[in-house]
Design a protein around this ligand. Sequence first.
Ligand SMILES: Cc1cc2nc3c(=O)[nH]c(=O)nc-3n(C[C@H](O)[C@H](O)[C@H](O)COP(=O)(O)OP(=O)(O)OC[C@H]3O[C@@H](n4cnc5c(N)ncnc54)[C@H](O)[C@@H]3O)c2cc1C
Length: 477
Amino acid sequence: MPPTTRIVIVGGGISGLAVAWALHERRQRQADGPPLEVVVLEGEARPGGKILSERVDGFLCEWGPNGFLDREPATLELCRALGLGEQLLPATAAFGKRYIYRAGRLHVAAAHPLRFLASGLLPCRGKLRLLREPWVAARPAEATDDESVLAFAARRIGPVAARVLIDPMQSGIYAGDPARLSVASCFPRVVEIERQYGSLIRGLVAVKRERRRQGTGPSGSAPGAGPSGHLTSLRPGLQLLPDTLAERLGGIVRRGQRVERLARSADGEAWVLHRRGQAPLTADVLILACPAHAAATLLDGVDETLATLLRQIDYAPLAVVALGYRREQVRHPLDGFGFLAARGEGLRLLGTLWDSTIFGDRAPTDHVLLRAMVGGARDREAAALPPPTLATAAHEALRPLLGIDGSPVLAEAVVHRRAIPQYNVGHRDRVAQLAAQLTRHPGLILAGNALHGVGINDCARNAKIVAEQALAQLAST
Ligand SMILES: Cc1cc2nc3c(=O)[nH]c(=O)nc-3n(C[C@H](O)[C@H](O)[C@H](O)COP(=O)(O)OP(=O)(O)OC[C@H]3O[C@@H](n4cnc5c(N)ncnc54)[C@H](O)[C@@H]3O)c2cc1C
C-alpha cells in the first residue's frame, strides 16, 4: 500500500474551498488512485473569506460580493454540483439599467448609441471625441510596455469619456486607481479587441453581429450598459456557497486554524505548517489560497524573493454600507442596478447598488436596501473611518440624490482593510517572476484572487487549474 500523501490548502475562502472541492470530485472519479488526504486550514471560525452574508433586521446584507456573472460556467457549475441549482437567483431585468453620477445628478448610462449621445452624461466635446474612436490609430503591435487603464481609455475614447465612463466602471470591480491599474491585466479582452479590430467601437459592433449570427446573445444577458452576462446570486445570500462547500467537505475543512509559520521538513521533501497550540502539520503539496500579504508573511524566512513579490501586490480598502429605508421614504424609483460615481465630482462614494431592486427578498416588505461602497485605492482615509461615521456620511450623501426623507431604519457598515488586490502596471511581470521563483519550490502553489482575476468566477475557474497542478506535482514526486 503506497503511503498517504497530503495536500494542505491555507485559506478557506472561495478559492481554497473550490480547490478542495475540485480535488474531492477528482477523487470521486478516480477512487482507485493512491491514498490522498486533503486539508483546508482556515484562520477564522467562518468559511468564505470575503463572501459574507448576514440577515440584519430582515435585510439581507452582503458585506462582500453580491453575485457573479453567468457569462462563464465555473461558479454556476460549482453551485449545481453542490446541489444548489434551485437556490440560484438571477438578477431582475433592472440589472441592465445603470446610472452614473456626474455633475451633481444621476444619468442613465444608455447602451443604445443614439440614446447615449442624446443623454447629458458626456459634455459635447467628450461625445465628439468618443465618436472619433474608430479613426484613432491602434497601438503598434510591437509596443510592449504595460499601459494603465486611464492611459488606454484616454488614448482610445478621450480623457473626458475615460473619466466619466471608464473610471466608474473600474471602480465597480477594482475600487482602484485607473492611472495605476494595468489595462492588460484588468481588462485583457478590451486590449485584445483593439489588437484584433483596431478600434473598440468597430470591435464591439463586430462581436455583437457575430453573436447575433450565432444566436448566442444578447438574450438573457444584461441588455444595458453593464458587463456581458447576467448577475446571479443565491436566494439566502452568497454565503450559502462557502457554507455548503465546507459542509460537504466535512472534516477536511478545519476552522479557526491560522497558520503562523512555514518551514521545510528536515529532508527538504515536505512543508511543515505551524499553528498556535497545535502539533505541526506536514504537507507534500502546499497551496496558499490566502491573500497575497498573508502568503508573504508565511514565506518570510522561506523565500524572501517570493515574499517581496507578493507584498508588492497592493490591496484597496473598501467599506460596505448597508442602508435600509421604508419604501415611501425614497422618492427615486430605484429602477436599476444602482449607480457608480465618476471621480472628482465631489461625492465621497464609489457608488451605490440598489440591492432590493436587483434581487427580491433583500429587504422586508415595503422596504428598500441600498449598499454604498466607500474608499478604494484613492480614498484610503474614507474606508478607515469608524462604521457609524461611514453609515451617516453615506446616508447624507444619498439623501439629496435619491430624495430620501427621514433617517434610515438600517444603517450599518463593514470595513475591509484590504479588500481587493490591485493589478497595477507591472502586474504581468510580477506574476511571471512569481511563476519563475516558484519553480525553486516544488510542491508550493499560489492560489487565491491576487494573481489571475479578482472575481468569484476567476477564483472558481482557477481552482480547477490549481487542483490539477497539485495532483501533477504529487505524481512527479
Ligand atoms: C466588498 C467586496 C465586494 C466584492 N464584490 C464582488 C462581486 O460582486 N462579484 C465578484 O465576483 N467578486 C466580488 N468581490 C471579489 C471576491 O469577493 C473575491 O475575489 C473572492 O471572494 C476572494 O476569494 P479568495 O478565497 O481568493 O480570498 P478570501 O476571500 O480573501 O479568502 C482568503 C481566506 O484565507 C484565510 N487566511 C488568511 N491568512 C490565513 C492564515 N495564515 N491561515 C489560515 N487562513 C488564512 C482568510 O481568513 C480567508 O478566509 C468583492 C470583494 C469585496 C471585498
